[in-house]
Every structure is written in structure tokens, then in C-alpha cells.
Design a protein around this ligand. Structure first.
Ligand code: SF4
Length: 218
């Protein structure tokens, strides 16, 4: 690999990079695990570099892999709806994923690329990118979408069903876990509205937290 960064090189580069833009450029060369090889490109975080709210999901999906931007596919559109319902302007939010490359397998027909959940080693390998994003942005609150992101930030014992919508302490700062919009999309028809309501309600908790008088400003 001519221009790639193995884990050691990546970690050294991370310590030197000061801005989100510098991190984004470096992430395009990351080879710290094998996921880069089958993905189209690195999908780094996107949003204001001083955002007070950082939302982190699991990994890019098919659309995000092709466009190189997080949360632009169907799950992203659903997230936009929930953010509107919670009174949060997406333009004010930094969105990212705990794993920056798309992990997928071919559908039986060979026509589609199907999401595969990243394993623990892949999440651990990619986590320094999220740590670096948080340390440069210094958000007031982190919202974790789905179990993979929530367990990476809030610990492996975190259960979305039991602990969603609660602001908790984490090594990265105050964080709240909730449902991933992809889970809402995959839910049976009769459960989908209730799940979207739950996601929106949890985001409203985040919005309230940002509005609280003692909440740090950007
Ligand atoms: S998934 Fe993360 S750690 Fe693995 S190659 Fe991509 S950016 Fe690097």
C-alpha cells in the first residue's frame, strides 16, 4: 500500500492533526483494519467543527459509501425527520459513525450490497477516529444511535431498550443512547411509528440538555 496508514502510523498522525479537516484527510488513508479494502471510500464525520451536538451511528450504509457523506441515505432521511420533530437543526449537528468504512456482503441475487455489523475488533480499531473527532469538536453532548455506537461510547453493558434517552457520563463526555434510524426502517409496519416517536423523544431530551442554562456553549 503506497499511501495508506497502518495502525501505528495512523495513531502517530492522529496526535499531530489539529483540525477536523486534517483528520478527514488522514482518515482517507486509514488501513488500521481490513474494512477499507471493500469499501468505496472513507466516510468521515460531517458538520460544524464547533457543533454542540455530535451524533454518532454505527457505520456508513450503501448510499453513504457511494457519496462519502454520513447519513445521506434512507436512515439519514429518517434521522432528519426525527431531528425536526425534536426541534434540532441538522445544520448545527456534527454527524459521524463509530466505524468509518462500509462493511457489507453481496445479496443472494448478487445485485445488492447488504450491511454487515462490524465486529468488536473493527469497532476498537476505528474508535481512535471518534475520540479524535470528539476531542477537536468538544461537543456538549454525544448522541449514540444504536447499540454498536452506544456500547462503544457508554460501555459494553449498555442496552438501548433499557437505557435509551438518559444522559450518562462516558470517557468522551456526556452521552445519550437511542435507537438507530435503520432499526426503525427495519421494524414491522405496526411498530415503526412508535419507534420513530421514541427516537424523536430521545432527541428531544438531547435538545433540552443543550438548552439547559448551565449547559456549556460552543
Ligand atoms: S474502518 Fe476505521 S480503522 Fe478500519 S480502515 Fe476504515 S477508518 Fe481505518
Amino acid at each position: 500500500m503506497t499511501d495508506g496508514l497502518d495502525r501505528e502510523e495512523r495513531d502517530a498522525a492522529l496526535r499531530r492533526a489539529r483540525s477536523i479537516r486534517a483528520l478527514r484527510e488522514l482518515a482517507g488513508r486509514c488501513r488500521a483494519c481490513d474494512l477499507w479494502a471493500r469499501a468505496t471510500q472513507t466516510v468521515f464525520g460531517d458538520g460544524p467543527p464547533r457543533a454542540r451536538l455530535l451524533i454518532v451511528g454505527e457505520q456508513p450504509g450503501n448510499s453513504e459509501d457511494l457519496e462519502g457523506v454520513p447519513f445521506v441515505g434512507p436512515a439519514g432521511r429518517l434521522l432528519d425527520r426525527a431531528l425536526v420533530g425534536a426541534g434540532i437543526d441538522r445544520e448545527d449537528v456534527y454527524v459521524t459513525n463509530v466505524v468509518k468504512h462500509f462493511k457489507w456482503r453481496r445479496s443472494p441475487s448478487g445485485k445488492r450490497r447488504i450491511h454487515e455489523k462490524p465486529d468488536r475488533a473493527e469497532v476498537d480499531a476505528c474508535f481512535p477516529w471518534l475520540e479524535a473527532e470528539v476531542s477537536r469538536i468538544r461537543p456538549t453532548l454525544i448522541v449514540c444511535l444504536g447499540a454498536t455506537a452506544a456500547q462503544a461510547v457508554l460501555g459494553r453493558g449498555f442496552r438501548v431498550t433499557r437505557e435509551h434517552g438518559q444522559v450518562m457520563a462516558s470517557e468522551l463526555g456526556p452521552a445519550l443512547g437511542t435507537i438507530h434510524p435503520s432499526a426503525v426502517l427495519r421494524a414491522p409496519d405496526d411498530a415503526r411509528d412508535a419507534m420513530l416517536d421514541q427516537l424523536t423523544a430521545d432527541l428531544r431530551v438531547a435538545a433540552d440538555r443543550l438548552r439547559a442554562p448551565n449547559s456549556p456553549s460552543a
